[in-house]
Design a protein around this ligand. Structure first.
Ligand code: B1M
Length: 212
């Protein structure tokens, strides 16, 4: 088994220590960060999602896999963040109210920080009002919301409506992301963009702020 398969398998088994160790070893062996993230960690998490859906594994197994995912991300984080100074503007991010999935949102935060943005991370289960208050308090140029559940996606629309009521639309751009989201849904709720992953979120934010 090659090291990436090994990482994916250890993540599926919910083994944080092994995942961290193997991720470090793969880096030492010269495996690129992007490949490690996609072919090791994310591919493992995809299998976990499929097996959970098929009722082959249960919630505690998924939680352990999430812990293992974090252990791997911790090792990669310094390499993803880079050296750029945070001068490009503030982005407020969070996972919407009712939703506890934060792995994707955290990855997006890491990528945005790496691209030089000041990221205010509100965490998970964030009520609509908080996104707006923090954007106003920090003078953020962009609000980024994440949702992984079809039942929590509508909360994003509430945030857009609140931003409209407070006269923020246009001044603050709103981006949305997460597995069940789409361009169509983003348009439907009046968000400025749907971003499919962290790199795409960086490109969207740079585009909005006129940064190359
Ligand atoms: Co849950 N869960 N979960 N879960 N979970 C899913 C999402 C699910 C698809 C699994 C399945 O059935 N196949 C399903 C949702 C079904 C649906 O709504 N259609 C599901 C369910 C049902 C549930 C519970 C309801 C289960 C239960 O209690 N019976 C429950 C809900 C809890 C709640 O939120 N209130 C629940 C709980 C959990 C755990 C807590 C155990 C755990 C989360 C731990 C954590 O996040 N700290 C968990 C996990 C890990 C998953 C799966 C397996 C993996 C999610 C993940 O982290 N993926 C997931 C199955 C799956 O997605 N395949 C599943 C890796 C992550 C990097 O990807 O988050 O998509 P993702 O982020 C990507 C992009 O989407 C994008 O960029 C990221 C990087 O590429 N992106 C953005 C995300 N946010 C963005 C924001 C942006 C831009 C891009 O701009 C701001």
């Amino acid at each position: 088994m090659d090291i990436l398969e090994n990482i994916s398998q250890s993540l599926q088994n919910g083994e944080p220590d092994t995942v961290a160790e193997l991720t470090g070893k793969a880096l030492d062996d010269g495996v690129p960060v992007k490949e490690l993230l996609h072919k090791g960690l994310l591919s493992g998490m995809e299998v976990v999602g499929e097996r959970f859906k098929a009722h082959e594994i249960f919630l505690p197994d998924v939680l352990l896999a999430a812990k293992a995912m974090y252990a791997g991300m911790e090792v990669l984080k310094p390499l993803m963040v880079g050296e750029e100074a945070a001068t490009s503007g503030t982005v407020v991010i969070g996972t919407v109210q009712g939703d506890l999935h934060d792995i994707g949102k955290n990855l997006v935060g890491i990528m945005l920080r790496g691209a030089g943005f000041n990221v205010v991370d509100l965490g998970k289960d964030v009520p609509p009002e908080r996104f707006i208050e923090e954007a106003q308090r920090t003078g953020a140029r962009v609000i980024g919301m994440s949702a992984l559940l079809t039942t929590t996606m509508p909360v994003m629309g509430l945030v857009v409506n609140l931003a409209r009521e407070r006269g923020l639309l246009g001044k603050v751009k709103i981006i949305v992301g997460g597995a069940p989201l789409s361009d169509e849904y983003a348009q439907q709720i009046g968000a400025d963009a749907y971003c499919f992953d962290g790199m795409n979120a960086v490109d969207c934010v740079k585009g909005f702020l006129g940064i190359n």
